[in-house]
Design a protein. Structure first.
Length: 328
């Protein structure tokens, strides 16, 4: 029997320290918002030959007047260009400029020669010189364009969605535990779960603030979807523990603190095993999947790891703190 609740000061101090560090990272650096929120265009390409330097690419497209251009290398031969919202005509001009950068060509070149037939007439013959054929220098992987007004609307809706989810979780837990009034009121179960969820979300966002500052990782609408998924996953783990507390309370001869500790020990193996199998799948997708889904998968990985910790070492200790505070 692990004394998890009895050592709650350790877990609460650890969680509080990490949350403060995450808030500082968010305040200092903020999030590196993608074009989903800021508006603009994004072009991702892959060079068929050696990838040129960022400075060379920037110089090659300078005449197109793309605005605040950001060039970011991806993997071995990939590159992402972010700039202001542009027309399709300028988009095609940009692709041609990148192709011309290392001698690529969009067209198939034909060599002609003449041949003389038996009737002494001259007939042109077209041949394709495979060895001298100029292949396109780049492969366009994706092109996204979002207007600034749409970006602001997406940002507003994302924040609204998270607030609604949190309120719905509080109401649901309060209703689910409505028959549990002693020694802790049902609404305090919901508030304890929200504290754990706030802990999970803040730390995940803080990690992305650090990654955005030092590694250029962006936050887009997929990140919001990942956060909402983390909220659902984390609260599921927390409710499993709380539900076991509810089952044990009527038949337990121990005080509330030891009853909660027993309940946590009864569910800890299930929580860890479930999260571990989920994390193994996510890590496989992260290392072997495409570059475009890595931010989404990484957000899920960090969030689920922190959510598993909080459901065991934070939500239940907070519940015991509520009970002791109420007695005083």
């Amino acid at each position: 029997m692990y004394k998890i609740i009895q050592n709650r000061k350790i877990w609460l101090t650890l969680s509080g320290t990490v949350v403060v560090l995450a808030i500082l990272a968010i305040a200092l650096w903020g999030l590196n918002l993608g074009i989903d929120f800021t508006g603009g265009s994004l072009l991702e390409v892959e060079f068929t030959e050696d990838r040129p330097d960022v400075a060379v690419v920037t110089e090659a497209v300078n005449d197109l007047e793309l605005g605040s251009l950001i060039v970011q290398p991806v993997a071995e031969k990939g590159m992402i260009l972010k700039f202001q919202d542009i027309s399709e005509e300028k988009h095609q001009a940009l692709v041609k400029a990148l192709n011309a950068l290392i001698g690529g060509n969009d067209t198939l070149e034909l060599n002609t020669e003449t041949a003389t037939s038996t009737d002494a007439t001259t007939t042109p013959v077209f041949e394709i010189d495979i060895n001298n054929l100029n292949k396109p220098a780049i492969v366009e992987l994706r092109f996204d364009s979002v207007g600034p007004s749409i970006g602001q609307e997406l940002k507003s809706r994302s924040i609204t969605a998270m607030i609604i989810v949190l309120i719905a979780i509080v109401l649901y837990i309060a209703w689910a535990f409505r028959k549990v009034s002693k020694p802790v009121a049902s609404w305090k179960y919901g508030l304890s779960a929200i504290i754990a969820l706030f802990h999970d979300v803040i730390i995940t966002i803080g990690v992305f603030a650090v990654l955005g500052e030092f590694f250029g990782m962006e936050v887009n609408t997929a990140f919001v979807a990942a956060i909402l998924t983390v909220l659902g996953y984390s609260v599921n783990d927390t409710i499993v523990v709380f539900d076991r507390v509810r089952e044990n309370l009527p038949k337990s001869e121990d005080d509330f603190e030891n009853t909660v500790n027993t309940s946590v020990n009864q569910t800890i193996q299930r929580s860890i095993n479930t999260s571990l199998t989920t994390l193994l799948v996510l890590l496989s997708v992260f290392f072997f999947g495409g570059a475009t889904i890595k931010p989404f998968v990484l957000a899920l990985t960090v969030g689920i790891f922190i959510g598993t910790y909080s459901s065991i070492f934070l939500a239940s200790p907070v519940l015991v703190v509520w009970e002791k505070f109420g007695r005083k």
